[in-house]
Design a binder for this molecule. Structure first.
Ligand code: HEM
Length: 151
């Protein structure tokens, strides 16, 4: 008798096992509170957002749960959402990451913080490259994440 062994699908490892959906919700609420009172980023969001804030926050929570808790629930398209924003530059991304990193440090345990920050940096780099639309563009090294000194 032939027995076929079917390998188990790879386990979907969580970004860090202390991260909860409540923390993700808190991260998104606190981060966008910061964004909304930030003189550099608030005008960009006001100009480019097609949803109202509660809908945007709901979408961002689904996005971050998908990234950090592997829920697979986010079905949006972040690249076209950002490539349409012609007036968003490298300094804006660095500042976004800085505010995000500050918020991460308030929400997650120390062991989880670099994991969340590195995920944001990787996605920021992909979005930045897509916005440049230049195959030879050299992505920035994000130096100021979470230090609160990006401007
Ligand atoms: C200066 C930097 C950034 C600005 C100004 C910005 C601004 C925005 C705006 C205005 C929207 C709403 C677009 C719309 O309603 O059509 C949006 C959506 C979104 N952003 Fe950003 N963003 C920035 C960086 C980032 C980064 C670094 C990430 C991820 C790490 C990110 C993830 C997302 C996602 C997932 C969406 C939802 C896209 C969708 O499904 O509609 N953004 N962003």
């Amino acid at each position: 008798m032939n027995i076929r062994i079917i390998p188990a699908p790879p386990a979907r490892t969580l970004a860090h096992d202390t991260i909860t959906a409540e923390q993700v919700s808190h991260l998104v609420d606190s981060f966008y509170e910061r964004v909304r009172s930030d003189e550099q980023l608030a005008p960009l969001f006001l100009q480019h957002m097609s949803l109202d804030w509660p809908e945007h926050l709901g979408r961002m929570k689904a996005f971050w749960r998908s990234v950090l808790l592997k829920t697979g629930e986010y079905k949006g398209k972040p690249v076209p959402a950002h490539t349409k924003m012609q007036n968003v530059g490298t300094e804006d991304f660095a500042h976004w990451l800085d505010l995000f990193g500050m918020t991460v440090k308030e929400v997650f345990v120390p062991a989880a913080q670099p994991i969340v920050i590195q995920a944001a940096e990787r996605i920021a780099t992909s979005l930045w490259l897509a916005m440049k639309a230049d195959p030879f563009a050299k992505p920035p090294i994000w130096p100021k994440v979470g230090r609160g000194d990006s401007k």
